[in-house]
Design a protein around this ligand. Sequence first.
Ligand code: HEC
Length: 395
Amino acid sequence: MMRPSGCTARGVLAALGAGRGAMAQAGGALSVILAALFGLQAAAPPPAPHDGGQTALALLDGRELYETHCETCHRADGQGIPGLYPPLDGTDWVTGDKGRLLRILLHGMQGDVDVKGVTYSSRMPGWGTILGDAEIAQVATYVRSSWSNHASEVSTNEVRRVRRATAGRDAPWTAALLRSSAHTGIPERVADDGRSAAAQETASSGHPYPVERPDVYRTFMPESSPASIAVGLPDDQSYCFDASVGYIRYAWQGGYIDNTEQWDGNGNAFTALQGDIYYRNQVGFPFRFGQGEDAPPVDFWGYRLVGEGYPEFRYTVRDVEIRELVKPHPEQSGLVRTFTVDGLDGPLWFVVGGEQAGVRFEASAGAWQGPWLRLTPAEAATFTITMLRHDSSAP
Ligand code: HEC
């Protein structure tokens, strides 16, 4: 359970209403721009980064993005939660200078900020590693034109320009910095070298109240990159997916996450895990095209929510597309990972981490050769890898 310190009323109020039908996408630091171009149903690799950001965006709607990524804190009515999360309705940070708003959305915000006469001193994570340019444009447009706000829309191109101009930014903004004219406005032209989104090492975000599961939460996790996604599953199972590398870093059980510490002012802390890590990936990206090979480079394209809100991750290696859906094992302590693989023209290998990983692996298809599972293209089309805790009792 989450530590419910001092937030009982708020806890009820804030019980996550995040839009479960909404499509959410996440981008690794390197492929964040690509994520903007990823059409949910598109099987073909998306076009090159930085062009045609409008593709497939009919699928993504600003309101759904808001429900998924913002509403938890800023609430459906845009009024925030007094003393904790500032309102977005009727604030100049939202309806004023677009460049300033986009900087806040890309990199986050921390420290004292006055919003409608109230001082907040908290932290908001940046969305630049999770949302593509088009998505940021849509959610920015949504907040600028919702409730009593009537400000102009934001284009994908404007987001792209601000993202490039601020690519070196590696920490959340402060209100004081954003008040200086050096950090406002949409740049006219920027050099075409801002490929990577600013790494965000220190921003944080929190859910100091109960969370419904499954829950997908982009945050800063220990032993993982800044582009981490914590996923809380039913049955007290959780795992950390690292979007920058495209695989599960570790899984834990016995609780989810606790950000209370950050809300107490210790903003540099990582999100604290509750429970015990029982699985740690020992092999990096687990797929290979030949036994004994090194891991191939991975492009992570994001995720969508399926069923009751389970994220299905999508990534590509060479021209092979892999989708991964993780659910708790129905009877034992462990996870069932369902893979869907498309575009193979030879065998695919899945390598597991041996004893130190903390789990035993079972596969629904393929042939084991030590820690290597060999799958033909037909076997790999859909298969599951089950990871059971070593100490979990048989059913
Ligand atoms: C984890 C909670 C949380 C989430 C989720 C969140 N914010 Fe924030 N937001 C904050 C906090 C806290 C601040 C104030 C930061 C500070 O004290 O410096 C803030 C500040 C802001 C501000 C500037 C101040 C204001 O109220 O106008 C804007 C604009 C904003 N957020 C927009 C968004 C948008 C859009 C999203 C979704 C993409 C979002 N936020 C998601 C917590 C959150």
